[in-house]
Write a protein that binds this ligand. Structure first.
Ligand code: SR1
Ligand code: MG
Length: 395
């Protein structure tokens, strides 16, 4: 679809979204379309349009010029819509089966028109409801290995890599991560959000110089390391899933950044789900283990068969890269767990716990686990050890 709707930016409504879909000739002209705004994330409008005759649907996602979670007082670039569609297209070069199909993009309106994934469920919601997604870890391991390897200097030429850095120059969205993930939760900043009953634990964290030194190192890694193209916000709310399919959505935070960041965020969000459950936690540890195993095996295969840098032939180099990546993923996971517990943007896995005492106990566990991952990461050699740390930080 090449039709471009040339008009000034304005937020769509359900009726203008239908008009847009008709303009783009995505449906037969005579058909009846219905539309519902279903965006429940922190930033964007999401319109679900359905053809009443065929029941076929599309999604129109539109960036608002501010952060919806806070309101118009927090302006935010609508260029993130282009970053998101460019990232989905880039990922589709390597793992088309794991991302939604894009039908149309319009930079002026900041929209991406894409495949309707309503046959699937947002993984965070499904996991909270006790759904099982047996293939999700295999899919995420495959996604990460392919996207990280093929967008790294081990595969790209220096010039291609620098062009990629330029294409995904995303300072405003990176700044959100720098503040909300790496800085604010570790200081007494008013964007933080936690129950008064947690204040003693949170003040202890703010005064924990050992922890803050490690968090500072991870903020610096995020600011300075440009290993590969990241999704940039790979939590379980950025995944649609079923028992057979996984689709990775919402890469508006995409940037060329440190290898371990996306893996760390994914692991952290599985751990947050495990903390929020009273039983059946084992499946989440199996997912963490499988994600790493699939990631490592696939990355090694790509390195051997597709590595372009002559140094990829040097014995032991891939081991150094993977060991560093695993250690970094644990540190990034620690930051993510802490910020999802006491920072601005929480997760339903913890906030949705109905019993107040259990919720507070879960959040205290999360703070201890996040700290342990950051401080003890060097001695955590495998995914089994992550489960041990999870158990020892319970009390
Ligand atoms: C103001 S945006 C808050 C959070 O929502 C996004 O999904 C990112 O995780 C961001 O940190
Ligand atoms: Mg998002």
């Amino acid at each position: 679809m090449t039709v471009t709707v040339k008009q000034a930016y304005e937020p769509l409504t359900e009726s203008t979204a239908i008009a847009l879909a008709k303009n783009l000739e995505l449906f037969p002209q005579e058909t009846e379309l219905t539309c519902k705004e279903i965006g429940d994330g922190n930033l964007n409008l999401v319109f679900h349009i359905i053809d009443q005759h065929t029941e076929k649907g599309i999604i129109i996602k539109q960036a608002l010029p501010y952060a919806k979670v806070v309101g118009e007082s927090w302006p935010l670039t609508i260029h993130r819509a282009k970053i998101e569609s460019d990232a989905l297209k880039k990922f589709a070069q390597y793992v088309p089966q794991l991302v939604p199909e894009i039908y149309h993009t319009d930079e002026t309106l900041a929209i991406t028109v894409m495949e309707d994934l309503s046959r699937l469920t947002i993984a965070r919601k499904g996991l909270i409801d006790g759904e099982s997604y047996p293939l999700i870890s295999e899919h995420i391991g495959t996604f990460l290995a392919n996207t990280l390897f093929y967008t790294s200097d081990f595969y790209l030429t220096g010039k291609e890599k620098k062009n990629l850095v330029k294409q995904f120059f995303n300072p405003e969205l990176c700044n959100i991560t720098e503040d909300l993930v790496f800085t604010d939760p570790f200081f007494d900043i008013d964007t933080n959000d936690f129950e008064p009953e947690l204040r003693t634990d949170v003040e202890k964290l703010w005064n924990d110089q050992e922890l803050k030194l490690e968090a500072a190192k991870f903020k610096h890694k995020f600011l300075t390391e440009a290993d590969a193209l990241l999704h940039g916000d790979l939590h379980t709310g950025s995944l649609f899933a079923s028992t057979t399919e996984t689709k990775i959505i919402d890469p508006e935070f995409a940037v060329v950044g440190p290898f371990g960041f996306d893996l760390g965020q994914f692991i952290a969000n599985l751990l947050l789900n495990a903390i929020g459950r009273e039983d059946s936690q084992a499946v989440l540890f199996k997912h963490i283990n499988r994600t790493w195993t699939v990631f490592e095996t696939t990355f090694r295969k790509l390195w051997e068969s597709e590595g372009k840098d002559p140094y990829t032939k040097v014995n032991g180099y891939v081991d150094v890269v993977l060991n560093n990546l695993f250690e970094d993923a644990l540190g990034f996971a620690g930051c993510e767990i802490i910020r999802r517990t006491i920072g601005l943007a929480h997760v339903a896995d913890l906030d949705g716990i109905a019993d107040k005492e259990k919720k507070l106990a879960a959040k205290k566990h999360a703070l201890r686990l996040g700290r342990a991952l950051l401080i003890e990461r060097i001695s955590i050699l495998n995914t089994i050890h992550i489960q041990e740390i999870f158990e020892t930080t319970k009390e």
